[in-house]
Design a protein around this ligand. Structure first.
Ligand code: C5P
Length: 319
């Protein structure tokens, strides 16, 4: 059976990846850059329902509120938005779309379906202009990594991609989630551009994810995986799925688990080919996908043809 077919069935292991990706994964385990010390147990065999309940009970979307040092000493409380992300929609959102940036979404004609959702989440610099037929043009929220804020090529300050949307930024912190260490040595210094942006655009909701939230997600992926996963933060895609599960009644995820259009084309908007974009090297992406596959409540045909997974929001499940 093909790798794709096995992925749809949730029946793959890292041993089936190409040797280059396997080597990269091994190297990340050896390096352990973020000093991960996992204290839990691996391979807990939860059912779909148990897994959803576990996520609902343990995952709290946490953003920096400026109340903890060193941010409190730097006066961040007056810089961060008054309402935390979790309180932005007091009634909650209805149906939400999470649009992955995978090349496989090209020629999908999913744009209209995506725009029909109440809210649409996109990632990093993924454009809609020129790709409307396949990815739609509505954007409610964007998750951006710290490179977007710091790399001048992305024109974070003036690009329209980052205007009129809710922004959620993140950066890998040590597993200990020691905020002092993180502030001194972020992967990319997102703190300065964040404050500058807040000063200039005080009415735009813009958050930085708390490292505790990110590593909490990592723990859950590892607990539910037999193999040792890369000791690096989950991908923006997985982070986004969990944020939307906490805000929406139902979450439709597009081209995370690849459709029949699967390709090594990394992004739909860029001519760059690398299987690592879909299967992971730095991020524990393959394991994230296996976990999401286990929670899918959509139909088989949607997965194969649209690359679509349907997940219930935390509000919609009873435990
Ligand atoms: O590459 P980037 O992080 O901007 O893409 C957003 C997310 O989309 C990734 O974090 C990953 O979860 C997902 N993705 C994917 N397959 C690809 C490209 C992106 O699953 N080929």
């Amino acid at each position: 059976k093909s790798f794709l077919y096995r992925l749809w069935k949730g029946n793959v292991s890292s041993k089936m990846l190409n040797p280059r990706l396997q080597k990269a994964m091994k190297d990340y385990l050896t390096t352990n850059k973020h000093r991960v010390r996992f204290r839990g147990k691996r391979n807990s065999r939860l059912t779909r329902e148990q897994l959803l309940c576990e996520l609902r009970d343990r995952v709290t979307v946490k953003t920096l509120d400026g109340k903890e040092a060193p941010f409190s000493d730097l006066g961040w409380e007056k810089h961060v938005p008054q309402a935390p992300l979790s309180k932005l929609y007091p009634q909650g959102l209805g149906s939400c779309a999470v649009v992955m940036s995978a090349g496989a979404i090209l020629n999908s004609s999913l744009g209209e379906e995506i725009d029909s959702h109440d809210a649409v989440l996109r990632f990093n610099s993924a454009p809609t202009h020129g790709y409307e037929r396949d990815v739609g043009n509505k954007t409610t929220m964007r998750i951006i990594n710290s490179q977007i804020l710091t790399n001048p090529n992305h024109h974070f300050i003036d690009s329209s991609l980052y205007k009129d949307v809710i922004l959620v930024a993140w950066d890998p912190a040590p597993y200990s989630a020691n905020l002092h260490m993180w502030y001194k040595k972020p992967d990319y210094n997102l703190f300065t551009p964040y404050i500058q942006h807040r000063r200039k655009n005080p009415n735009q909701p813009f958050y930085i994810l708390h490292p505790k939230f990110i590593w909490q997600l990592w723990d859950i992926i590892q607990e539910n995986t037999k193999e040792k996963i890369q000791p690096n933060p989950p991908s923006s895609g997985f982070i986004g799925i969990l944020i939307m599960m906490s805000l929406c009644r139902e979450v439709h995820v597009y081209e995370y688990i690849p459709s029949v259009r699967q390709t090594d084309l990394c992004h739909y908007h860029e001519l760059y080919y690398d299987a690592a974009c879909t299967l992971g090297a730095y991020h524990p992406l393959l394991y994230e996908k296996l976990l999401v596959q286990r929670m899918n409540q959509g139909i088989r045909d949607d997965l194969y043809r649209k690359g679509k997974v349907i997940l219930p929001g935390f509000r919609a499940i009873s435990c």
